[in-house]
Design a protein around this ligand. Sequence first.
Ligand code: PLP
Length: 407
Amino acid sequence: MNRRRLSSQFDERWHELSIPAGTAQWAALDRRYLQHGLSTGRDSQPLILERGRGCTVWDSDGREYLDAHGGAWLTQVGHGREELAEVAAAQMKKLEHFSSPWHYTTKPAIEFAEALVARAPIGEARVRYSTSGSQCCDEALQVVRRYQWLRGAPERTWVLTLRGCYHGCTYGGAALNQGAIAAHGTFDGMGPVGGDIAQLTPPWPYHQELYGGMDLVDFCVRELETTIERIGPLRIAAMFGEPVMGVAGMVPPPDDYWPRMTEVLKAHDIPFVADEVVTAFGRVGAWYGSSYYGVEPDILVCAKGIASGYMPIGTLIIRSEVADVLEGDYSGGSYGGHAVSCAVAKACIDIIERENLLENARERGLQFLQELQPLLDLPVVGDVHGLGLALGVELVSDKITRTPLDD
Ligand code: PLP
């Protein structure tokens, strides 16, 4: 008797849940079936988004929002481009995918690799495909250590990163971040995450207190030199860095920071891996953040905006001398070089060029930065900063001590 009552209650509930009629029911289904791994937990109600056009999105109640975030900093060409849907459909009808890490390839994978390399500040290079920023950072970590091993320097295992960096949520990415998600949280409890990582002071112009009264760039360069000396240059595999630190708060370094840092790395034959997951493809008003700063990385890691979020895709663009050593080395997965993603990503390049979106990001970014300046009068706004359309407002509880505002 009891069992029957329970089961009929369940049927009623199931019926109610599986025929959603409005936002409340979708929200109930979301709570029941989804876990939002980067959110604050079950108490916060997610926004249910239904459609988008340009910079505008609408929720399931028809409310309109300005997507100032660009999705997850990746909607470079805006929402709702039918032309991209058509490119995807045409490619799917022809051939949806064949994995490029193996000995297969497709015309879209080849064409997009050529377009990536042609715009990269790296000279001769070859592309490895993946599917997300985290996966690419993970693969880049494997690749730099394998590169050293394959070229007869197996003791080069140490990797340098910046405190407050974010290189993703995989074990490798989390190792590079040293288990921290910038100021936002930690990956505590995930067990040991990749050894031999040394973290350096980040270039953060607002936080002059980090540099002990020295010029920021002089301090960072000296710290890099002493760290290399301490670990031993012949034990260092690579340095990873975001041209503009993203998750930390969209913090552009002084213009001479990366040129001077990479000069030191080059002098010690230490490859530089530019994590351009956020900065590539127009976000900072250039194809790559490295081009803006005038540096030539050995590996460029790109994801997010390269197909503007219409399809998942990530890439490693590897300088040929490094790629030659890695030839035949195992890395990559089933979805690498996805033909639909590559076709859509190439069409995004065409849109960015046709509509001058790099220039637009520079101009709108400057205008936005200027118009944000009055926020500095507020007691909780310590700084506004940014490059192109990667802008950040730094919230503080005390402007003198520059203490971050509590969440
Ligand atoms: N690298 C940087 C610099 C990032 O900002 C992010 C994500 O925000 C990642 C890597 C991870 O990319 P994904 O979220 O596509 O895994």
